[in-house]
Design a protein around this ligand. Structure first.
Ligand SMILES: Cc1cc2nc3c(=O)[nH]c(=O)nc-3n(C[C@H](O)[C@H](O)[C@H](O)COP(=O)(O)O)c2cc1C
Length: 154
C-alpha cells in the first residue's frame, strides 16, 4: 500500500478549501491502493515523510514566501530526510492574495535541495479567483498524484 502524505497550512481558510478538494481527489473512488494521510506542517514527523511514497504540499503566500508553518516543516525535516527521500514525487498548491511566485520559488528552492521530483507544475490560485474554476483543478491534482502512485508511474 502506498502512502500519500498531504501537508498544508491555512490561516484564514482559503488554502484549506483547496486542500479539501485535493484530499477528496486523492481519496476518490477512482483510486484504491493509496493510503492518504493529512498532516499539519507543525506536527508531521520526518519519519512520516521518509516512509511516504509521495507528498503534496499546500501553503498560502505570506510576505512573498511560503507560510511560516510550512517553513517550520522544512526546518524540521530537511536534514533527517536529506539522502533518504531523493526523487520523492511531490506536488504543490498555493493560495495568494495577488501573486504566489514568492511562495512557489521558496518551496522549489528547498525541494531542489532534497531532490524531490515535481509531478506537475505548481497549482497557484491568486486574487479573486472563482472556486468553481480552481476547486476541480485541486481535485484533479489529488487524483493525479494518488492514481500515479497506485499505477507506479512516478
Ligand atoms: C500576513 C500575510 C501576508 C501576506 N502576504 C502576501 C503576499 O506576499 N503575496 C500575496 O499574494 N498574498 C499575500 N497575503 C494574502 C494571502 O496569501 C491570501 O489571503 C491567502 O488566501 C491566505 O490563505 P489562507 O486563507 O489559507 O490563510 C498575505 C496574507 C497575510 C495574512
Amino acid at each position: 500500500m502506498h502512502t500519500l502524505l498531504i501537508v498544508y497550512h491555512s490561516q484564514s481558510g482559503t488554502t484549506e478549501a483547496m486542500a479539501e478538494a485535493v484530499i477528496a481527489g486523492a481519496r476518490g473512488p477512482e483510486v484504491d491502493g493509496v493510503d492518504v494521510q493529512v498532516r499539519s506542517p507543525l506536527e508531521v514527523s520526518a519519519d512520516e515523510v521518509r516512509v511516504a511514497s509521495g507528498i503534496i504540499l499546500g501553503t498560502p503566500e505570506n510576505f512573498g514566501y511560503m507560510s511560516g508553518a510550512l517553513k517550520y516543516f522544512f526546518d524540521h525535516v530537511y536534514y533527517p530526510c536529506l539522502e533518504h527521500t531523493e526523487a520523492l514525487p511531490y506536488a504543490l498548491f498555493v493560495r495568494a492574495g495577488n501573486d504566489g511566485t514568492g511562495a512557489v520559488s521558496s518551496v522549489q528552492r528547498i525541494v531542489a535541495g532534497l531532490q524531490w521530483k515535481a509531478v506537475q507544475p505548481p497549482l497557484v490560485v491568486a486574487g479573486e479567483a472563482d472556486p468553481e474554476d480552481y476547486l476541480p483543478r485541486c481535485r484533479e491534482l489529488g487524483l493525479t498524484m494518488a492514481a500515479g502512485l497506485e499505477a507506479g508511474v512516478f
